[in-house]
Design a protein around this ligand. Structure first.
Ligand code: PMP
Length: 455
């Protein structure tokens, strides 16, 4: 018999015995936080301790926790029609697809799945099949960026450009190529940000040419690399990437899994740059993570190449049992209404600017090499040496994150130990955060950094 400790000790024992955590190894010294409840931007653990969730879970609880309206939307839908496959149709999926089209400000047709990874898998299959159906039979390759993340399933992981997540599972899917991202902080001396961004975009065209342009199906990128270290491109980068893709008949897939649904301070991240993607993938903020749902939005004329093809092989042979679950769709619709009614997209923009202004003086701190922001996403790049920009040690980064947690604030970091980039603190609280929440984040991060021994 196990000895019965108090309730949380027992929960931790059982957690260790039965639960396999995502990405995080079990640590006796540092057991998991077991969440019990949440409201607004705050999560309470089973011992009653409160933490401000400065990462909105995994960048996803856009409208904040504890929204009764979302629970009710799902509840009512579960009672009337809990499930029907999207081999046929149902009203919540139709209504949500229409609403997404309005949010996207373009002419798109929506394919539903359950996760960001699956939304990207669908995008890759659609891109390859589309190229075949318009007679471009050799176009099967994808170009993505190092440091980008696109998911955990084998295709989406193949598109991912972070060695640490991949090397134990290789070889992955064939046909995925990578180029360096426009990391302007580390641009060569003497080069302007604009010149460097144009050069970074040129790397994509060069790769197409070396590979044989007629073998490339699509380019995939986030508007801004988020989880890979908050790498914000200059406007010229996305303009040039779009121009290169169009000129060479290559589709542009934009991964809005994190940047979408107001996180970027606009409805979608790519709206900040005025580009018109061919395919857009989204998840997380679509339901504010209250239920699993993701979507692949495809330009109408691409969809048309699948639609009127009487040949049996002409349609998209991709099925997803749970994708577009009626309750998830009904909840997502309500989630979009909340974002609209409470002006949370504009609020994200305002709060992001306030956080960035609050952190600005940290640039004088010995450990802080760069601070970057995009909507309500902040990245604070920690370095061991400001002159060489050598990334700070992982132990230092973890010390700062641990220090914040001790003071009641959850923040995150990017991660690629293998490539040596593990040094960007990430902050992305709910879009509904209060003014006091934002001040608490600023005060806490500053207090921890200023109290760190490396100062
Ligand atoms: N794309 C991006 C940009 C992401 O950040 C993520 C998840 N962090 C994914 C795709 C994969 O989403 P999921 O974990 O829902 O499969």
């Amino acid at each position: 018999m196990q000895s019965l400790g108090n309730e949380s000790e027992l929960a931790i024992q059982k957690d260790q015995q039965y639960l396999w955590h995502n990405i995080t190894p079990y640590s006796e010294k540092n057991p998991p936080m077991i969440a019990a409840a949440a409201s607004g931007s705050w999560v309470t653990d089973i011992d009653g301790n409160k933490f401000l969730d400065g990462m909105s879970g995994l960048w996803c609880v856009n409208v904040g926790y504890g929204r009764k309206e979302l629970a009710e939307a799902a509840y009512h839908q579960l009672l009337s029609l809990p499930y029907f496959p999207l081999t046929q149709s149902h009203m919540p999926a139709i209504a949500l697809a229409e609403k997404l089209n309005e949010w996207l400000e373009g002419d798109y047709v929506i394919f539903f799945s359950n996760s960001g990874s699956e939304a990207n898998e669908a995008a890759f299959k659609i891109a390859r099949q589309y190229q075949q159906q318009i007679g471009q039979h050799y176009r099967h390759k994808f170009i993505a960026r190092y440091r980008g993340y696109h998911g955990s399933s084998l295709g989406a992981l193949s598109a991912t450009g972070q060695a640490q997540r991949k090397y134990k599972y290789e070889p992955l899917s064939g046909g995925f190529l990578h180029v360096a991202p426009p990391d302007s902080y580390r641009r060569p001396a003497g080069m302007t940000v604009e010149e460097f961004n144009l050069q970074s975009a040129q790397a994509i065209e060069d790769t197409m040419v070396w590979e044989g342009v007629e073998t490339v199906a699509a380019v995939i990128m986030e508007p801004v690399i988020t989880g890979g270290g908050v790498i914000v491109p200059h406007q010229v980068y996305l303009d040039r990437v779009q121009e290169i893709c169009r000129r060479h008949g290559v589709l542009l897939i934009i991964d809005e899994v994190i940047c979408g649904f107001g996180r970027s301070g606009r409805k979608f991240g790519h709206h900040n740059f005025g580009v018109k993607p061919d395919i857009i993938t989204m998840a997380k903020g679509l339901t504010s993570a209250y239920l699993p749902l993701s979507a692949t939005a495809v330009r109408k004329d691409i969809y048309d190449a699948f639609k009127d093809n009487s040949d049996d092989y002409g349609h998209f042979r991709h099925v997803n049992t749970f994708g577009g679950n009626p309750a998830a769709c009904a909840l997502a619709l309500r989630n979009l209404e909340i974002l609209e009614q409470e002006n949370l997209v504009e609020r994200a923009d305002m709060l992001g600017k306030r956080l960035a202004a609050g952190f600005a003086e940290l640039l004088d701190h010995k450990l802080v090499g760069d601070i970057r922001s995009f909507g309500l996403v902040i990245g604070i790049e920690l370095v061991a040496d400001k002159a060489t920009k050598q990334p700070a040690d992982l132990a230092v980064v973890k010390g700062i994150i641990g220090g914040c947690k001790t003071k009641g604030l959850i923040i995150g970091k990017n991660g690629d130990t293998v490539a040596g980039f593990n040094n960007v603190l990430t902050i992305a609280p709910p879009l509904s955060s209060t003014d006091e929440d934002i001040q608490f984040i600023i005060d806490t991060v500053k207090a921890v950094l200023n109290g760190s021994s490396a100062e």
